[in-house]
Design a protein around this ligand. Structure first.
Ligand SMILES: Nc1ncnc2c1ncn2[C@@H]1O[C@H](COP(=O)(O)OP(=O)(O)O)[C@@H](O)[C@H]1O
Ligand SMILES: [Mg+2]
Length: 332
């Protein structure tokens, strides 16, 4: 799209907000859960496009993504976490002007699919929340009227290189052979936004969230990229500083199928049948168990805290966000 067309689109979309709409934008901006539960949609396999009712762990994931710069999420399959990520993406891009988001997943198709999910959520919002049209709308990138942009990449070594981003989401990390290089360039691009880590931790995340989120199921530790994720995970549950990875303090959250309301015992039995005799794979994909953990433990002489519930919620303070003059800031 050339410059003229761009200007035309922006002019056409001039939206005048009434008081109710202004209040709604403020409520959504201050509370991601309010935004999702009032405006978020999912594509349900049986019901089609429906409103989403979040379960508690999904809410916790959203709160963490908004509040902490470095998140690590260990999950089992098919429990709605990519959906949660897409909702976070839609919230940041629509409610924060000039927000730059990067998405990487385990394959090109899955990354594009995640981008499409974000777009689907945005397109189903009322126009006053997002402007009603995209300025740029491609498979690998899209841009909104408010200057926000999403860049989508396959898990290649130079993924996201050269971008300047506020937040990078890496989904299915334990399937990314080039995780080390991808993380390095993600870290480089988000770290341009702050002078040092202390500044980032003390920054008001809710004004403009920034950081990196790693999401994955468990995997087999014979693969070095699985081991890379596992090491981050262990430092997170032990609340250690991750010295071998940018001196980051990760915020951990694990989600087991038993914490997911739509995964009942019938669901569990049918999933288990699908795995047949392969109990090891079942435990890896559904029970958050890394294969070869014992060997790595010996190798590293690390104590592994299995009790995830001990993780403190108070690593960083969460200041209340107050968006004063919305009409000035919201440049549709
Ligand atoms: N809160 C929810 N209630 C009902 N269904 C949900 C919810 N969250 C996600 N889903 C559905 O669960 C399925 C799996 O979601 P997905 O996000 O792909 O899972 P994951 O990334 O954990 O494998 C999708 O069909 C999605 O629409
Ligand atoms: Mg997923």
């Amino acid at each position: 799209m050339n410059y003229q067309e761009r200007i035309k689109k922006l002019r056409k979309s001039k939206i005048y907000l009434d008081d109710y709409q202004t209040q709604e934008i403020i409520k959504c901006r201050n509370d991601i859960i309010y935004f999702v539960e009032n405006y978020g949609v999912i594509l349900h396999p049986k019901l089609g496009l429906t409103k989403i009712k979040l379960y508690p762990k999904q809410k916790e994931v959203l709160e963490n993504l908004v509040s902490y710069p470095f998140n690590i999420i260990l999950k089992c399959r098919q429990i709605g976490i990519s959906t949660t990520i897409a909702l976070f993406g839609a919230w940041t891009l629509t409610l924060i002007p000039s927000f730059y988001l990067g998405i990487v997943s385990r394959s090109n198709d899955e990354a594009v699919e995640l981008g499409e999910r974000i777009k689907r959520i945005i397109k189903n919002l009322p126009a006053f929340l997002w402007g009603g049209d995209f300025i740029v709308n491609n498979k690998k990138s899209f841009e909104l009227m408010n200057g926000s942009k999403c860049v989508i990449s396959a898990p290649i070594p130079d993924a996201l290189r050269g971008e300047t981003l506020n937040y990078v989401i890496m989904d299915e990390v334990a399937s990314m052979r080039h995780v080390k290089q991808i993380f390095a360039s993600a870290y480089f691009t988000v770290s341009q936004n702050f002078a040092n880590l202390d500044e980032l931790y003390s920054k008001k995340m809710r004004e403009k969230p920034m950081g990196i989120a790693l999401i994955s199921t468990a995997g087999n530790l014979k693969d070095f990229w699985v081991k890379w994720f596992y090491k981050r995970w262990i430092s997170a549950v032990n609340q250690n500083i991750d010295y071998s990875c940018g001196n980051i303090k990760w915020k951990a959250i694990s989600i087991h199928w038993s914490e997911v309301p739509f995964c009942d015992s019938n669901w569990y039995e049918s999933i288990k049948r699908n795995y047949g005799e392969d109990m090891e794979l079942f435990e890896q994909e559904m029970e958050l168990k890394f294969i070869g953990e014992e060997d790595v433990m010996k190798e590293e002489s690390t104590y592994i805290a299995r009790d995830f519930s001990k993780i403190s919620n108070e690593i960083f303070s969460i200041p209340e966000f107050n968006w004063k003059d919305i009409k000035d800031n919201y440049n549709f």
